[in-house]
Design a binder for this molecule. Structure first.
Ligand SMILES: [Zn+2]
Length: 499
C-alpha cells in the first residue's frame, strides 16, 4: 500500500506540536516453477448492484504442506472487520472521513454452508479475535502432503467506503472479500490475526484461481488473473478469469472505466481511468515503463497481464496480484510515484510474499526502495535518487526528534506486528522511510553490483514463497558473500544510530 506520506506527516506534525506544547516537550530471469502443492480456488460469483453484495461459492482444494496433521483448517474472513461492532479498526481516525464520506457504513461476510466435494455438510465455526476466522472441522485428519476439498457458500456485503472493500462514487472495490486460507507455519500454527488499520493486514500463500463472475452489463470488470471468456445473458454478463500462482484475487467494477494499454514483452499492461480522462495512454505507458524497469532490475514479471486501476480509495494506492489500485484523490504530481510503488509490489508482495502483518518492513521497504531505483533508472521523470534519499533521511530524523520530544523516547524497531505501532505515522516512518534508508545503507555497504545481485537472488529464491526477517537476512548475506546479520539486525531492532 502507499500512504499519502506528506499529508500524514503534516497531520502528525501538527498533532505532535500541539501535544508538545500542552505537555511542554542487470540480468533477467523468470521465477522457477518449484513450489509445494498449491491450494486452488474455483469460485462462482454474482455481484448484485442493488444490494451491493457479492455472493456465491468457492471450491477450495486445500493442501497440507506442513509437518503436522490437521483436524480443522482455517480461513480469514476479512469483510467482518467492516461489520457494525467490530473491534478491529479498518482505518485510522484521521482518515475516517475520507474513507467514509457519507458517514459510518458497514459490511460483512456471511458463510451460509460448508460441504465436502460430495455435498455432505461439514461442521464450521466463526471465531477468531473478531469473528475474523472461519474454522472448518474436517471429518478425518488431514495428514502432511494430503489435500482436501471444501465447498464454502458465502455472501459478502460491501460498505459505502472508499476502501479496499467498499463501494464509492466512482468504483466498487472488492478486495479481500472471500474466505481465504490462513497461512500455516510449522512451529507457529495458523496465522489468524484480525484486520488492522495500520498497513495491509494480509498474509496468504500463492494459489491457483478460476473465477466465474456475473455482473450487471453496465459495469466494466477488472480483476486479478487473466480474462478467459465472457458471455452476455440479458442484463448481465458472465466473465471467466484464471490466475496461476497468485496470492489473492481482487475485483474492481465501474460504469466509468475507460482503458488504454501497452505491451512490455509478452505482458499486457492496462491502465483503467474514468471516461473523459485525458491521460489514459500516458499512464499506461508509465506503468509499462515500471514493468520494463523492474524486469531488468529484479527479474521478469511472470504473469501475462497487469491492470493499473484508478479507484476511490482512502490511501494512495493498494496492491493485489495483477491489479493495483491508484487513488483518484492522489495529487497529479504524486500519481507516477504511487503507480511505481504499487507496481513494485508485484515483485515484493505478489511474487515474493511476506507476512505483511508481522514483517511489513520487508515488502513496504522493498517496494518503496524499488520506487527510488525506478526514478534513478529513469531520470526523464525528474526525481533524483540522491534528493529522495536525503529527503527520507530528513523526514526520518525529524520523526525521531519529534517523538523523543513528545514521548521522551522513541521505539525505532522496524520488525513489529501492525498492532504494535502506536500510530500510523510511526508505522509509515519505520517501514517505508527507515526501510528505504536500510536498503540505501546495504547498497553502500555492498556496492551496486552485489546489492543488485542480492535483490535479484532474493526474487529468484523466494518466488511464490513467503520470506520472514531471518530468511531475508540469510538470503542477503549469502548473496553478498558476507554475514550481514549484525548490520541488518541493528537496523530492524532499532539500535543503529542514523546520523
Ligand atoms: Zn506499499
Amino acid at each position: 500500500m502507499k500512504n499519502f506520506l506528506k499529508k500524514h506527516w503534516v497531520k502528525f506534525l501538527v498533532g505532535a506540536i500541539i501535544i508538545a506544547l500542552i505537555i511542554a516537550i542487470p540480468f533477467v530471469f523468470t521465477p522457477s516453477e518449484e513450489t509445494g502443492a498449491l491450494n486452488s480456488y474455483k469460485m462462482t460469483l454474482a455481484y448484485n448492484d442493488e444490494n451491493k453484495t457479492i455472493s456465491g461459492q468457492e471450491e477450495v482444494l486445500y493442501c497440507n504442506n506442513s509437518n503436522n496433521a490437521f483436524s480443522s483448517i482455517f480461513f480469514n474472513l476479512y469483510p467482518n472487520a467492516f461489520r457494525e461492532g467490530a473491534t478491529s479498526t479498518v482505518v485510522s481516525s484521521s482518515n475516517f472521513n475520507e474513507a467514509f464520506p457519507n458517514g459510518a457504513s458497514y459490511g460483512s461476510i456471511e458463510v451460509t454452508s460448508v460441504t465436502d466435494s460430495k455435498g455432505n455438510a461439514l461442521e464450521f465455526k466463526i471465531g477468531g479475535e473478531d469473528e475474523n476466522i472461519l474454522e472448518v472441522v474436517l471429518p478425518e485428519p488431514l495428514y502432511p502432503d494430503e489435500s482436501v476439498t471444501v465447498v464454502i457458500s458465502f455472501s459478502s456485503s460491501l460498505p459505502n467506503a472508499n476502501h479496499r472493500y467498499g463501494y464509492g462514487e466512482n468504483t466498487i472495490n472488492i478486495g479481500n472479500f472471500y474466505p481465504i486460507a490462513c497461512v500455516y507455519e510449522d512451529g507457529v500454527g495458523f496465522f489468524t490475526k484480525p484486520y488492522h488499520s495500520n498497513g495491509d493486514p494480509f498474509y496468504s500463500d500463492v494459489a491457483n484461481y478460476e473465477v466465474e463472475l456475473t455482473v450487471p452489463n453496465n459495469l466494466t470488470v477488472v480483476a486479478s488473473g487473466a480474462r478467459q471468456s465472457s458471455s452476455e445473458n440479458g442484463a448481465t454478463v458472465t466473465y471467466n478469469f484464471a490466475g496461476q500462482k497468485i496470492r489473492d484475487f481482487c475485483i474492481v467494477l465501474s460504469e466509468k472505466f475507460e482503458m488504454a494499454s501497452c505491451t512490455v514483452g509478452s505482458v499486457t499492461v492496462n491502465y483503467y481511468g474514468y471516461s473523459g480522462d485525458g491521460d489514459l495512454q500516458e499512464n499506461a505507458d508509465f506503468a509499462g515503463k515500471c514493468v520494463e524497469t523492474y524486469n531488468k532490475l529484479f527479474g521478469a514479471y511472470p504473469y501475462s497481464v497487469l491492470n493499473v486501476v484508478k479507484a476511490n480509495f482512502v490511501h494512495g494506492g493498494m496492491e493485489y496480484p495483477n491489479l493495483v489500485l491508484i487513488s483518484d484523490s492522489a495529487r497529479e504530481e504524486d500519481c507516477n510515484y504511487v503507480i511505481a510503488h504499487e507496481i513494485a509490489h508485484q515483485w515484493w508482495y505478489g511474487v515474493v510474499g511476506t507476512n505483511q502483518y508481522q514483517h511489513a518492513w520487508i515488502d513496504e521497504g522493498l517496494a518503496e526502495y524499488s520506487t527510488y531505483l525506478f526514478f534513478e533508472e529513469n531520470s526523464q521523470y525528474g526525481l533524483s535518487y540522491n534528493n529522495m534519499i536525503s529527503n527520507a533521511l530528513t523526514n526520518y530524523k525529524f520523526f525521531v526528534q519529534v517523538y523523543e520530544r513528545v514521548n521522551g523516547q522513541v521505539d525505532t524497531s522496524m520488525d513489529r506486528a501492525l498492532d504494535q505501532f502506536a500510530t500510523e505515522p510511526e508505522y509509515v516512518q519505520l517501514t517505508y522511510t527507515k526501510g528505504v534508508l536500510l536498503f540505501d545503507n546495504l547498497r553502500e555497504t555492498l556496492g551496486d553490483r552485489k546489492f543488485m545481485k542480492a535483490l535479484s537472488n532474493l526474487y529468484e529464491e523466494y518466488a511464490y514463497k513467503n520470506i520472514n526477517s531471518a530468511e531475508f537476512i540469510a538470503c542477503f548475506s549469502s548473496s553478498a558473500g558476507r554475514n550481514l546479520e549484525n548490520l541488518i539486525k541493528s537496523w530492524i531492532n532499532g539500535t543503529v544510530v542514523i546520523a
